[in-house]
Design a protein around this ligand. Structure first.
Ligand code: 3HC
Ligand code: NAI
Length: 713
């Protein structure tokens, strides 16, 4: 038997322990080990029952995701899954009570193994789930057939299409679990197993009958789920595939359903969608690894934080900290600004409460962690200060100079600037080693990305502290270099430039937004700008002009500045790229005035507006992102292509099923991407310049990720 599965007998119960750190993933050796151990227990005269348990922090977190890369074709995958299905049937057919003892997580294949056991007991804080859909696949080890038999099709559909884990008490009530053990999981599971020996009780999930009424309600639930997914899962295939597999089980026998599950799983696992999502899964875990910041770099514990500025971002950042239980001193310029900021925070919590996500008591307790102030008293007690004042270099420098005076030398000094030079803040503070960018995304309490911007002199300790803190705050921290706009906004400038130019050339605001939301973005470039504020970009352009720079090379459309001059700032003023019912309203309609302005600006630049195909919009925008992404990588501002993909997935909702802009470029094929850049150069001008890295990779026949050697850059 492999080392990853142990066999012991305790009190006439065989204990099969899976020990495959860190998460007991089901590698081929673990599958084989479980199979052999259960067979041994069945044959063992010293054992009357069997308990399957995980060593370490968890039961089984699922199939080993890396193994999916070895499944090259649908046929291969379909054939191999026959072995897994047969193995689980052998477990289920065991002639002695077989009990899964769950702690930590039983996810994916882990929960499917547990479903094939006769009973499932768990600790109170355990979680069970079918997250396969988040990897672009469906449960492939019988989950689409056994789970509906345990908890009904409606809940199974929910679990398999949203992928979210369910807490043990809820799973118990739903019938997924049979018992919650209060203390001592192994002892409790052994006692439970022995009680089943006495009762001669063995329950095989696949034999649970589906009544006609249940099947009919299940089919209704399938139809309703498909309808809901049409809105929430645009562009993705796996969520719909899950419904197909569950439906097959409702319409036919267990065996027929299982056969369909295998076919659908085999299709999904070799799909680009699944490869993209698996890529993001590992990329998200890679971002925490910064090559020159070793894992054992000391970190500072963050017990108290201050936030300077209680505007849009400062308020959201304060909420993020107090939500994680870290008290915040919130500073503003005067009492009126402070009260405005606090009122917005209160309003946000009221919305959360009205959705039933927080109780009034929790809101009061959380709000009580915020101490408002207009002075710097108490800053000497802080472990971190996050600056979120207006995006103005002089103001920020003055703020950092003050922070250098009022904080302890070891206090982390973070800036939420979205574009400005972190090194200038470092110099102004007199403590550059302590200064770092913590670039949150709006709304800061919701968006998961935290761009961690390292300055030239930022210490490794401060970087490591920031990464650890990001996790505690529920964010995905990505360390990037200090260039204008850092990674997210630097690349965004190229995305927006293309969107503006496409408008001038003949596409409409609505068409561009429709095409990009169809591609899978939550909101198109124009809708996004109307939310963020057209004035924000305009002010950045004015600042850059004042220092003789532009955000992205090449022609800059004058249209956004014309809107700014007209006071059309977006939703907040009731007009921007669209017309709104009223200031602050989200109800929008197209505005013919934009077309008129686009016509005028096109004329000024000698452009004859033309119909533009939807495909050209996607191609131009994604090519602009990939080409600039290649430059960002080559210049060393991002460590890996995967870091850029994570930034775009979490910062802008770039569709996960494409794997992010860099993975998507690989899917399109870098030779095609390069050919497009060259074609655009011929058509539109020299500002379309191929990134040297892109040319090199194409010459070497590689992608940003090469199949043979993993990430190329
Ligand atoms: N396969 C391979 N490696 C895995 C893995 C898996 N299923 N789950 C986690 N890992 C690895 C991670 O890559 C990471 O490796 P690293 O240390 O080298 O970076 C390590 O285990 C620890 O993972 P996390 O950093 O994510 O640890 P956390 O404690 O934060 O989270 C977890 C633990 C909740 C279990 C989380 O890892 C997770 O969600 N894992 C994936 C669960 C999943 O999707 N399961 C379904 C797999 S598909 C399947 O089962 C198909 C079946 O139907 C046939
Ligand atoms: P905002 O205008 O909503 O808030 C700024 C606040 O700072 C104001 O309330 C102002 O009174 C306060 N302030 C100014 N000087 C101060 C001082 N000396 N002490 C204390 N408070 C002071 O601006 P917003 O949007 O919150 O932006 C803040 C920072 O966050 C900027 O650097 C911006 O670039 C960045 N950012 C903004 C994003 C957005 O979508 N709005 C996204 C990510 C970053």
């Amino acid at each position: 038997m492999p080392d990853s599965v142990r066999y012991d007998v305790s009190d006439r119960v065989a204990v099969v322990t899976i020990d495959n750190p860190p998460v007991n993933a089901l590698s081929p050796a673990v599958w084989e080990g479980i199979d052999k151990a259960v067979a041994r227990a069945v044959a063992d005269p010293e054992a009357d029952a069997i308990v399957l348990i995980g060593a370490g922090a968890t039961f089984i977190a699922g199939a080993d995701i890396k193994v999916f890369d070895t499944l090259k074709t649908r046929e291969d995958s379909f054939t191999r899954s026959a072995g897994t299905h047969a193995l689980l049937r052998r477990l289920e057919d065991a002639s002695k009570p077989l009990v899964a003892a769950i702690h930590g997580n039983a996810l994916g294949g882990g929960l499917e193994v547990a479903q094939a056991c006769h009973f499932r007991v768990a600790t109170k804080d355990a979680k069970v789930g079918q997250p396969e859909v988040l990897l672009g696949i469906i449960p492939g080890a019988g989950g689409t057939q056994r789970l509906p038999r345990l908890c009904g099709a409606k809940m199974a559909l929910e679990m398999c299409t949203d992928g979210k884990p369910v807490a043990a008490p809820k799973a118990l009530a739903a019938g997924i679990l049979d018992h919650i053990v209060s203390d001592g999981l192994l002892e409790g599971a052994i006692a439970f197993a022995k009680s089943k020996v006495v009762a001669h009780d063995i329950r095989r999930t696949r034999q649970i009958a589906m009544t006609l009424a249940n099947a009919s309600a299940g089919l209704d639930a399938c139809a309703a789920t498909r309808q809901a997914l049409a809105k929430t899962a645009r562009g993705a295939k796996a969520p719909f595939a899950v419904v197909d597999a569950i439906e097959a089980g409702l319409r036919g026998t267990f065996d027929e359903g299982s056969q369909r599950e295998r076919e659908i799983f085999a299709e999904c696992v070799v799909s680009t969608e699944s490869k993209a999502l698996r890529h993001l899964f590992f990329a998200e875990r890679e971002v925490a690894k910064v090559p020159d910041v070793p894992k054992d770099t000391p970190t500072r514990e963050i017990k108290r934080a201050a936030v300077v500025g209680a505007g849009t971002m400062g308020g959201g950042i304060a909420m993020t900290y107090v939500n994680a239980g870290i008290p915040v001193l919130l500073k503003e310029v005067d009492d009126a600004a402070l009260q405005r900021g606090l009122a917005t925070i209160r309003k946000n919590y009221d919305v959360t409460m009205s959705k039933g996500k927080m109780t009034a008591e929790q809101v009061e307790k959380t709000m009580a962690l915020i101490t408002p102030t207009t002075i710097y008293d108490g800053f000497d007690q802080m472990d971190i200060v996050v600056e979120a004042v207006f995006e103005n270099m002089d103001l920020k420098k003055a703020t950092f100079a003050e922070l250098g005076r009022v904080t302890r030398p070891d206090c982390v000094l973070a800036s939420n600037s979205s574009t400005l030079d972190i090194d200038e803040f470092g110099r102004a503070s007199g403590r550059p080693a302590q200064v770092i960018g913590h670039h949150f995304f709006s709304p800061a309490n919701v968006m998961r990305l935290l761009e961690i911007v390292r300055g030239r002199e930022t210490s490794k300790e401060v970087i490591a502290t920031s990464l650890k803190l990001a996790k505690r705050l529920g964010k995905v921290g990505v360390v990037v270099g200090n260039c204008f706009g850092f990674v997210a906004n630097r690349m965004l400038a190229y995305y927006m430039r293309e969107a503006y130019l496409l408008l001038e050339e003949g596409a409409s605001v609505e068409q561009i937004d429709r095409v990009l939301t169809g591609f899978g973005l939550p909101v198109g470039p124009y809708g996004m700008q109307d939310i963020a504020g057209i004035d924000v970009g305009a002010r950045i352009r004015m600042y850059l002009n004042s220092i003789g720079k532009t955000r992205a090379e090449g022609p800059q459309s004058a249209i956004p500045d014309r809107l700014f001059e007209m006071g059309r700032y977006g939703q907040k003023t009731g007009a921007g790229w669209y017309k709104y019912d009223a200031p602050g309203s989200r109800n929008r309609t197209p505005d013919p005035l934009i077309e008129q302005i686009a016509d005028e600006e096109a004329k000024k630049r000698g452009i004859t507006r033309r119909p533009i195909a939807d495909e050209e919009i996607v191609a131009r925008i994604t090519t602009a992102l990939a080409n600039e992404g290649a430059r960002v990588l080559e210049d060393g501002y991002a460590t890996r292509a995967g870091d850029i993909d994570i930034i775009y997935a979490y910062g802008f909702g770039f569709p996960r099923h494409t794997g992010g802009p860099m993975f998507y470029a690989d899917t399109v094929g870098l030779p095609t991407v390069l050919a497009r850049v060259k074609e655009y150069r011929a058509r539109f001008g020299d500002y379309w310049e191929p990134a040297p890295l892109l040319e090199r990779l194409v010459a070497e026949g590689r992608g940003f990720y090469s199949a043979e050697s993993g990430a190329a850059v």
